[in-house]
Each structure stands twice: as C-alpha cells, then as structure tokens.
Design a protein around this ligand. Structure first.
Ligand SMILES: Nc1nc2c(ncn2[C@@H]2O[C@H](COP(=O)(O)OP(=O)(O)OP(=O)(O)O)[C@@H](O)[C@H]2O)c(=O)[nH]1
Ligand SMILES: [Mg+2]
Length: 285
C-alpha cells in the first residue's frame, strides 16, 4: 500500500479527538504550558499527542532535540506522544501536513491533540485554523497585546493566557487586553477568558484545562464544533481538488502539444496568464 492509500484507510477512524492549538511569540512559554496541560490531562487518564510546529525553522534537528528536553520533569509520559514539524519537512505546506499528522494521531486514538506553533504570522494563523480551540500565550512587558492585534491572531483566539505572570506588567497586559476585546465588534468575543499563569511553576494550569474543556463543551453543544471541523475538511478537499486538477490538466495539455505554443504567447505577453488558462481549457474540450 502507498502512503495515500494507507491514509484513506485510516481517515474514517479520525474525527474524535479534541484539537487544542497554542500560539504566541517566541519564548512565551508555549512548550512549558503545553507540557503542563498535557500532564494534567494525562493524569485524568487521557491519551495526549503534542505536535510542535515551527514554520520559521528550516531544520527539524533543533526542534527534536528540544523535545527530548521537554517533559523531563515528568514520570508520567507514557500516554504522551510528541512530534515536531519544521517547514523543511512539509511538501505542499505546513498547515496541510499538520492537518494530516493530526488526523493520523486522532485515528490512533489520542483523546487530545495539542498543537504548538511559534510566532504570530500568517503561517501560524493557518495552522491554528485547524484547531478546535486556539489559546494565545502572551507575556507581560513584550507589547504582545498590540502585536497580537496587528497580526489578526486575536480574531481566531478563543482563550488568552498571560504566562510569566511572575513578571512585572501582568496586570497592565490584562487591562490592555480587556480594552482591546471591549472594542471588538463581535459581541461573542468580548467574553474571551483571560487566564494568568506561571507555567514554569505549574500555576494556572488547572484553570487553563478547565476553561478549555468548558469552551470545548460549549462549541459542541452550539454546533460550532461540527461547523469548524466541516470547514477544515472542506478546505482540505479544495486543496486536494486543485492539486489533482492542476496535474491532470497540465498532463493533458502537454500531450496535446498546445502548452508550448501557449507559453510562447504568455512570454511574449500577447496572452495574459488568465487568457492562457482559457485557451488551455478550450483546447481540452
Ligand atoms: N519566569 C517564567 N519563566 C517561564 C514561564 N513559563 C516558561 N518559562 C521559561 O521561559 C523559557 C521559554 O519557555 P518555552 O516553553 O520553551 O517557550 P516557547 O514559547 O515554547 O518557546 P519557543 O517554542 O522557542 O517559541 C524557558 O526557560 C521556560 O522555563 C513562566 O511562567 N515564568
Ligand atoms: Mg516551544
């Protein structure tokens, strides 16, 4: 069996896991928080998988080494599986790859899949869209509140965690965030929970887990969860469709010999790219 066929066989077993996303600036304490959350959930008898995605890293070596350091304090790691992903390993994009990995872990029977991404850029937003719930991890005194607003990540965040609340400025950041969300046009977003945590001291973890579970149940009961998962599947379908169609059409057009001629028209700027597409399609009819 090829990889794809295997995936097709596994896919029907997916769709049961809860996908929790965690994002935030580099060094905000995401890994520490995710590890603590994983341990907490695992102590409740759940099976946990962690996917650490680093869109900025060209190599996965460092990330994997980081993983070995992770969880070192814990003895109860048998139910916790950790997988790193960096941009180099992702043909066709990091978000689709992350979705596939999450799907496999989901089918394998993990109850919770925790996805960590570093940064606040477009790549992270795309990855976080896969998650059922997104937690934005912030740190006092880094201007995170304002930065998050700019990046648009605030629009997809469901929960804010002010980590490193042992630092000065935690109260100020909370005020800034409250101010920012009070201005949100979407009324629902004005109730976003803001949790203070000190992940390195295991403080606030219980509340984070509680809030996430509550939010998850809420999404389930309102039907938003189903909607969200359907949107993600629809995106995957469209991505597959465009890649398959592209290949198919290019192959057909190459066989008909039409494509070379049309490329000449394109290079000489007689035909626009859009016009070339129309000509290619017309030649296939
Ligand atoms: N003072 C303090 N330090 C913390 C806290 N949480 C994590 N740290 C420390 O912050 C540093 C970075 O933590 P990580 O969990 O690796 O942060 P991260 O966001 O995963 O970092 P990247 O994945 O590299 O972006 C580590 O030295 C942690 O021990 C906290 O609440 N307070
Ligand atoms: Mg990390």
């Amino acid at each position: 069996l090829e990889g794809r066929e295997i995936f097709d066989l596994i896919f029907p077993h997916s769709g049961k896991a809860s996908l929790f996303g965690f994002t935030g600036a580099p060094g905000a304490g995401k890994s520490t928080l995710v590890d603590r959350v994983a341990l907490k959930l695992s102590s409740q008898g759940k099976k946990i998988a962690i996917i650490a995605v680093d869109p900025s890293s060209p190599f996965s070596g460092g990330a994997i080494l980081g993983d070995r350091i992770r969880m070192s304090e814990s003895s109860d790691t048998e139910r916790i599986f950790i997988r790193s992903m960096a941009s180099r390993s992702a043909l066709g994009g990091l978000a689709p790859k992350t979705a596939e990995v999450a799907c496999l872990l989901d089918a394998a029977g993990y109850d919770f899949i925790l996805i960590e991404t570093v940064g606040v850029g477009q790549a992270e937003v795309e990855i976080m869209r896969l998650a059922d719930i997104v937690t934005l991890v912030m740190v006092p005194g880094m201007g995170d509140g304002v930065q998050a607003l700019k990046a648009g990540i605030i629009e997809i965040a469901d929960v804010f965690v002010i980590n490193k609340s042992d630092y000065d400025g935690a109260d100020r950041l909370k005020k800034e965030l409250l101010m920012a969300i009070s201005l949100a046009s979407d009324k629902k977003r004005q109730n976003i929970p803001i949790i203070n945590a000190i992940a390195s001291q295991n403080k606030g973890i219980e509340e984070v887990v509680e809030v996430l579970s509550r939010r998850f149940d809420e999404l389930k009961s309102t039907g938003e969860l189903i909607q969200k998962k359907q949107n993600v599947l629809q995106q995957s379908f469209k991505r597959e469709l465009s890649s398959v169609l592209l290949q198919e059409i290019l192959t057909k057009a190459a066989k008909s010999g039409k494509i070379e001629e049309l490329m000449k028209m394109l290079y000489s700027r007689k035909y626009s790219p859009r016009k070339v597409v129309e000509e290619v399609l017309a030649s296939l009819k």
